[in-house]
Design a protein around this ligand. Sequence first.
Ligand SMILES: Nc1ncnc2c1ncn2[C@@H]1O[C@H](COP(=O)(O)OP(=O)(O)O)[C@@H](O)[C@H]1O
Ligand SMILES: [Mg+2]
Length: 241
Amino acid sequence: MNIIELDRLCLHYSLNGARIDVLRDVTLSIPAGQSVAVAGPSGSGKTSLLLLLAGLEQPASGHVTLDGVRLGEQGRDALADLRRDRIGIVFQSFHLLPSLTALDNVALPLQIAGQRDAYPRARDFLRRVGLAAREGHYPGQLSGGEQQRVAIARALVHGPRLLLADEPTGNLDDHTGALVRELLFALNRDTGTTLVLVTHDLDFAARCDRVLRLHEGQLHEHTHRPTAAAAPAPREPAHAD
Ligand SMILES: Nc1ncnc2c1ncn2[C@@H]1O[C@H](COP(=O)(O)OP(=O)(O)O)[C@@H](O)[C@H]1O
Ligand SMILES: [Mg+2]
């Protein structure tokens, strides 16, 4: 079953009378459980694509179907429910609430969903991104990389079926970036969470099942190796070729 289907998706922005064509007739299927890296130059529409997938941006034409639900046919409340229940989103600019501590930011989606174990779960996810010692800090008291990890914990805490993440390791040092990568791939492997990640990190992209490149409004399949379940991956030396 495909968790994402894009059917002849077009997106353009109009600015001061000029039209910017961002996506032109993009058609794509992503099976549930796949890990997909989206690459492409700055301004190629990667962030716009994630916003469309989350129902936070509307296409000029074409359809986005997520987990069998056609987004264009949903009202605002239904879209918000869908996001809350099935999607985790890590924005490039994190979007943490400045008046809440790291722990409260992570617990919030669970509290909104009325879950009793909001705080133990939120603590567990902060620990998993290496931030147990920062739970009482407000976003303004955290570095960019720490805020990014809080945003990742918040996106994952409710166990989404789909994680959309915009350069999730973009602000992290090598060690912390590796920690976050391992967390995301472990989640993908253990719970079947589908990953759609915008990334410039070549190592990260190479470990995904699939790499898509966005160029001049079109998505190109860069590599697509079979998932581990379909065929064992050949053993290769660790260096990039
Ligand atoms: N709200 C907007 N209004 C007008 N133009 C926009 C808007 N958002 C993005 N753009 C333009 O659309 C193009 C794609 O942007 P974006 O999706 O952010 O690219 P990327 O994430 O690949 O850098 C860019 O040229 C950008 O300037
Ligand atoms: Mg972007």
